[in-house]
Design a binder for this molecule. Structure first.
Ligand code: KG4
Ligand code: ZN
Length: 345
C-alpha cells in the first residue's frame, strides 16, 4: 500500500511516499527556517504563505523521487493538528483535493502520533520486538509529552510540560545567547566545542517530583539571569561582543539540564509502568547529547531513536502513522477540519 503523507503543521512543507508504513520511497522537506530566522521564530502568516508557495513543487518532487505517478498512490495522509491553523489548512485542503480528484481514501493524522511512527520507518517494528507497552517521549517546538502506548492507536498521557516546550526553551535560550534560530541545533553545535570535564557552569533542573510533568521556564529564567550577570545581553548595544567562552559554557549547561530531565523522566516512566522500551520523537530528540545520554543510561532497554532527519517534522512519519491507522479504522470524510489544539492520550 503506497501512502502519500503531507505535513504542513509548522514551518516545514513536507511530502513523502511510504510503502506499507515502513519503506520510504521519497521524503521531501522544503524548509522555511531561513525565512523565519530573520524574525527569530516562526511567523504564522509567513508560514502559511510559504506552504502555499511550496506545496505543489514539494508534491511533484516527492512523486519524482519515488518514481511514482498519481495512479500508484493508494491513500493520502495529512496532519490535521496540532499546529498553526493557517499552516494546517494548506496541507488539509490540498490533501482533500487530491483524495477527491483521485477518488482515494483520506486519513487525517495527529502530528504527535506521526512523530511516534517515525520509529517504524525502515527496519524497526517496536510492536513486534519488544512489543507493547512502550514509553514515547515527544519533545518538539510545541510539545513535551511522555505517553504510554499500549497498542497501535492507544495512548495515555503520563506527563506534559506545564509551561515551555523543550524545543521552545532551546529556541529561547539560543536567543538569549545570540546563537540564532532554530536554537536546538545552534546550542548543540556550540556545546560540542567543550568536553564535559571542562564544564564550569551549571543550571537548575525542574524535577516536578511525584509527576511525569515537565517545566522549562525556570531554567530559561536562570539562564537569563546568569547571562546578565556575565554581561551577555543582546538587548543592550554596549555588549555587542560577549565572551565566547561564557556563551559556550552557558549553552552547555542549558543543554545538560534539559537532557538530564528528559532522560531521567523517560527512564522513570519506563520502570513505573513496566513498559518494554522507549520511543523518541520530535525535533529535540535529534539532539546528539540527549541521544548519547539515553543510550548510556538505558543499558539493556530497547530504544527507538529515529535518525535526526526523521525526528524533525517530515511527511514520512505521517504516511507511516496513516498506514497503521488504515489497519484499524475507516478513512476520514472529505469534510475533515483542522484541530490546532489536538491532543494525544
Ligand atoms: O518536531 P519539530 O521539527 O517541529 C515541531 O513539531 O515543533 O521540532 C522543532 C524543535 C525546535 O524548537 C528546534 O530548536 C528543536 O526542535 N531542535 C533541536 C535540535 N534540532 C531541532 N533541539 C535540540 N537539539 C537539536 N539538535
Ligand atoms: Zn513536530
Amino acid at each position: 500500500m503506497l501512502i502519500l503523507g503531507i505535513e504542513t503543521s509548522c514551518d516545514e512543507t513536507a511530502v513523502a511516499i511510504v510503502e506499507d508504513g515502513k519503506r520510504i520511497l521519497s521524503n521531501v522537506v522544503a524548509s522555511q527556517v531561513e525565512i523565519h530566522s530573520r524574525y527569530g521564530g516562526v511567523v504564522p502568516e509567513v508560514a502559511s504563505r510559504q506552504h502555499l508557495l511550496q506545496i505543489i513543487p514539494t508534491l511533484e518532487q516527492a512523486l519524482l523521487e519515488a518514481n511514482a505517478t498519481w495512479e500508484k498512490i493508494d491513500a493520502i495522509a495529512v496532519t490535521y493538528g496540532p499546529g498553526l491553523v493557517g499552516a494546517l489548512m494548506v496541507g488539509v485542503n490540498i490533501a482533500k483535493a487530491i483524495a477527491f480528484a483521485m477518488e482515494i481514501p483520506l486519513y487525517g493524522i495527529n502530528h504527535l502520533e506521526g512523530h511516534i511512527y517515525s520509529a517504524w520507518l525502515d527496519d524497526s517494528d517496536p510492536a513486534q520486538s519488544p512489543g507493547f507497552p512502550l514509553i514515547c517521549l515527544i519533545a518538539s517546538g510545541g510539545h513535551t509529552d511522555l505517553l504510554l502506548m499500549e497498542d497501535h492507536g492507544s495512548y495515555s498521557l503520563l506527563g506534559m510540560t506545564k509551561d515551555d516546550a523543550a524545543g521552545e526553551s532551546f529556541d529561547k535560550a539560543a536567543r538569549v545567547l545570540g546563537l540564532g534560530y532554530p536554537g536546538g541545533p545552534a546550542i548543540q553545535k556550540v556545546s560540542e566545542l567543550l568536553d564535559k570535564a571542562d564544564f564550569t557552569e551549571s543550571l537548575p533542573r525542574a524535577w516536578m517530583r511525584g509527576s511525569f510533568d515537565f517545566s522549562f521556564s525556570g531554567l530559561k529564567t536562570a539562564l537569563l539571569n546568569k547571562a546578565r550577570d556575565y554581561g551577555v545581553s543582546y538587548d543592550s548595544p554596549e555588549n555587542d561582543a560577549p565572551d565566547q567562552e561564557i556563551i559556550t559554557q552557558l549553552a552547555s549547561a542549558f543543554q545538560e539540564s534539559v537532557v538530564d530531565v528528559l532522560t531521567k523522566k523517560s527512564l522513570d516512566a519506563l520502570s513505573e509502568t513496566r513498559a518494554k522500551g522507549i520511543i523518541l520523537g520530535g525535533g529535540v530528540t535529534a539532539n546528539a547529547r540527549l541521544r548519547e545520554q539515553l543510550r548510556e543510561s538505558a543499558v539493556g532497554i530497547p530504544l527507538f531513536i529515529p535518525p535526526p532527519r526523521l525526528c524533525v517534522d517530515n511527511g514520512a512519519m505521517i504516511a507511516a502513522a496513516a498506514y497503521f491507522n488504515s489497519l484499524r479504522r475507516p478513512a476520514d470524510v472529505l469534510s475533515l477540519d483542522v484541530i490546532p489544539s489536538l491532543r494525544l492520550g
